[in-house]
Write a protein that binds this ligand. Structure first.
Ligand code: Q9C
Ligand code: ZN
Length: 686
């Protein structure tokens, strides 16, 4: 099975540039590509990828998304004089032409399609196309925003046509609205387009009313266009992750795409002069990671914007490292999305409530107008949106003698190396138990020497219970060995089967706390657990069936699903809307993932959970299974190894009572766990 990552790149795409003075276009430079590619090379990432050659797109491919008139017009540009090029350029917004840009634009599409082909034919699992010119602003008959042809829109149409795909997801994390992609698929339910973008109540380029949250798609495509407007600059990790957890991921799982395309613009990173956002490059490790369990791992990222060369190169590297499966960096200080982000989140969810089951039964309506819709047509006119950033004092730009904008130098620490332990996954099974483990997975035969103190503790536990089972002691010693190996970076994650689960959890938590600050325990099943939750170091999220007595601690979060964890829709809702937000906020150093017998959880759903949880604790997950059944052991080991989980298929209906119970839980917990917020806090309440 394909497990490789492709990079598609050709230096030829650096061979065009702005030939005249235009402040709006001067940031789109050839160095964007050389810096990104150079960083991949110098970090040793390029050699770990498969390099795929680019090709030129054919007319037929270009015509998938563009008109013949427009193609014919662009075809003339290589033969134009400088003056003609300038005149030609003037009919479009914020774009420039050059005698070689048509050639490069054909290569940018060709590179994207080469990537789609490699992923769809399973030559590789996923990949990144490093291209210029970008694509997401270009329209059927117009260049726009540095874009000539719409690379990603063409790729989606091409994938539908050549691979007969019925569902393609496009995630546009560029800081600008890819209006060209939106126009292309507005009435098409087979392509779900998600974009977040700097908007500032329409005062930010491209200043379109249709970039707002209420553009949800048209006709049959209603619900398949999702816009998240950022009405303030400075959005950070918490804002970005909130939108992933509470908007994009629930819809994406419900949509169940066969292919994920990413409009991978990195102008949404800190330091970018266009975006002015606050998320460091590490966020792209997580955005990528969170999308990788979809579509069986078929993910094609295609470069769009990104104008701070440092942030751009670092973000490109973070994205590629996640595609390669390197451990994701820990994100500290995930806590509360800002009020403006919450307002957008609430409005998007409310606008999409009619279309998606995952939003259906939650009670929140839109933020009352005109709170987000003020300051548009009435105050400037749609055709003349004169509300530039410069008018807002806090965002005033510094101007140098030449009249050029002087960017304040924003600094952030360089991302730490994401080094992977030599062994990704070790599995501890009872002696004599055979299991067909995935390739590369190590079997832990013998417990390593564990310190006397630990052994004593284990014996104490067993004595408490009046037991002295050799098999049990062996299992616990192996479990402790796995934790030790994780701690000294010999292995990234582990799996153990244990006869007495409550005891194993207790031992694992106690032992883990000797080396990490915080542990997350994710339990699937109804049993009761003797885990001490009183000092805030251990967070226990339990996905269960039976309603437990009201928990006394904010660190015990029982999520009940009436039909049990076997209900895939309910299980996923619990994972995305409750577990992941609190888990990221808790920021554990170890994740303990526990499958108890009779929980009824579906293997595919468990595998998805296992994949998602590896975004935490730098991938340090210890999975505990109660029995050594071949199926669950192999499925868990495969997920721990980084194999994409099988698709969940259509999710089915969500039980309204479950949603209501989860909403109640949210209300109980959101003061402590701010990442659970999905609406603007009501004024005057505590
Ligand atoms: N402040 C992409 O990121 N507006 N295109 C520039 C100058 C044009 C962005 C205004 C931005 C186009 C692919
Ligand atoms: Zn952009």
């Amino acid at each position: 099975m394909a497990s490789k990552t492709a990079i598609v790149y050709d230096e030829e795409m650096t061979r065009y540039k702005l030939l005249w003075v235009d402040p709006a276009c001067k940031i789109e430079v050839p160095e964007r590509l050389t810096a990104s590619h150079g960083a991949l090379l110098s970090k040793g990432l390029l050699e770990r990828c498969v390099s795929i050659p680019v090709r030129q797109a054919t007319d037929e491919e270009i015509l998938l998304a563009h008109s013949e008139e427009y193609l014919e017009a662009v075809k003339q540009t290589p033969h134009m004089t400088l003056e003609d090029l300038m005149t030609f350029t003037q009919q479009y917004g914020d774009v420039y032409f050059h005698p070689n840009i048509f050639h490069c634009a054909k290569l940018a599409i060709g590179a994207t399609l080469q990537l789609v082909d490699s992923v769809m034919t399973e030559k590789v699992r996923n990949g990144l196309a490093l291209v210029r010119p970008p694509g997401h602003h270009s329209q059927r008959s117009a260049a726009n925003g540095f874009c000539v042809f719409n690379n990603v829109a063409i790729a989606a149409l091409y994938a539908k046509k050549h691979y007969n795909l019925k569902r393609v997801l496009i995630v546009d994390w560029d800081v600008h609205h890819g209006q060209g992609v939106q126009y292309c698929f507005e009435d098409d339910p087979s392509v779900l387009y998600f974009s977040w973008h700097r908007y500032e109540h329409q005062s930010f380029w491209p200043n379109l009313p249709e970039s707002d949250y209420d553009s949800v798609g048209k006709g049959k495509g209603a619900g398949f266009n999702i816009n998240v407007p950022w009405n303030k600059v400075g959005m950070d990790h918490s804002d970005y992750l909130s939108v992933f957890f509470h908007v994009l991921l629930p819809v994406a799982y419900e949509f169940n795409p066969e292919l994920v395309l990413v409009c991978a613009g990195f102008d949404s990173a800190i330091g970018d002069p266009e975006g002015r956002m606050n998320a460091t490059p590490e966020i792209f490790a997580h955005l990528t990671h969170l999308l990788m369990p979809l579509a069986g791992g078929k993910l094609c990222a295609v470069l769009e914007g990104g104008y701070n060369l440092t942030a751009l190169s670092q973000s490109v590297c973070q994205t590629v490292q996640s595609l390669l499966g390197d451990p994701a960096p820990q994100l500290a200080n995930i806590s509360f999305p800002c009020e403006s982000a919450l307002e957008s989140l609430q409005n998007v969810r409310s606008a999409h409530q009619p279309y998606w089951t995952c939003f259906k039964h939650s009670a929140v309506g839109a933020v009352s107008e005109p709170s987000t819709k003020r300051s548009r047509v009435e105050e400037g006119g749609a055709e003349n949106p004169q509300l530039p950033e410069q008018q807002q004092p806090e965002q005033q730009q510094l101007t140098g003698e030449s009249g050029d904008t002087l960017e304040e130098e924003i600094e952030w620490p360089e991302p730490l190396p994401r080094s992977a332990p030599p062994v990704r996954t070790a599995v501890a099974l009872p002696a004599g138990v055979e299991a067909s483990l995935p390739e590369g997975c190590q079997r832990l035969e013998e417990a390593t020497q564990t310190s006397d103190k630990t052994l004593e503790k284990i014996r104490d536990h067993l004595n408490e219970k009046g037991m002295k089972d050799e098999e049990e002691i062996a299992a616990l010693r192996k479990l402790v060995s796995l934790l030790d190996k994780m701690n000294c970076k010999e292995i990234r994650n582990g799996l153990a089967t244990v006869p007495d689960m409550p005891l194993a959890v207790k031992v694992a938590v106690q032992h883990a706390l000797t080396s990490v600050d915080r542990v997350l325990v994710v339990l699937v099943g109804d049993d009761e657990w003797p885990v001490d939750l009183h000092d805030g170091r251990v967070l226990l999220v339990q996905i269960c069936c039976k309603e437990p007595a009201t928990p006394k601690s904010q660190y015990h979060i029982p999520v009940c699903i009436k039909q049990g964890p076997g209900d895939v829709a309910g299980f996923l809702q619990a994972v995305l809307s409750l577990l992941l937000p609190v888990a990221y906020q808790h920021n554990p150093g170890l994740v303990l993932e526990v499958w108890t017998q009779g929980s009824g959880v579906k293997e595919a759903a468990w595998a998805q959970l296992t994949s998602l949880l590896q975004g935490l604790a730098m991938g340090h997950t210890l999975a505990l299974l109660q029995k050594s059944e071949d199926g669950p052991v192999r499925a868990t080991a495969a997920s721990l190894m980084g194999t994409p989980a099988p698709d969940l298929g259509p999710l089915g209906a969500l039980c309204p009572e479950d949603v209501q119970a989860m909403e109640k839980l949210r209300t109980r917990l959101e003061n402590k766990w701010e990442m659970l917020h999905i609406s603007v806090p009501t004024k005057g309440q505590d």
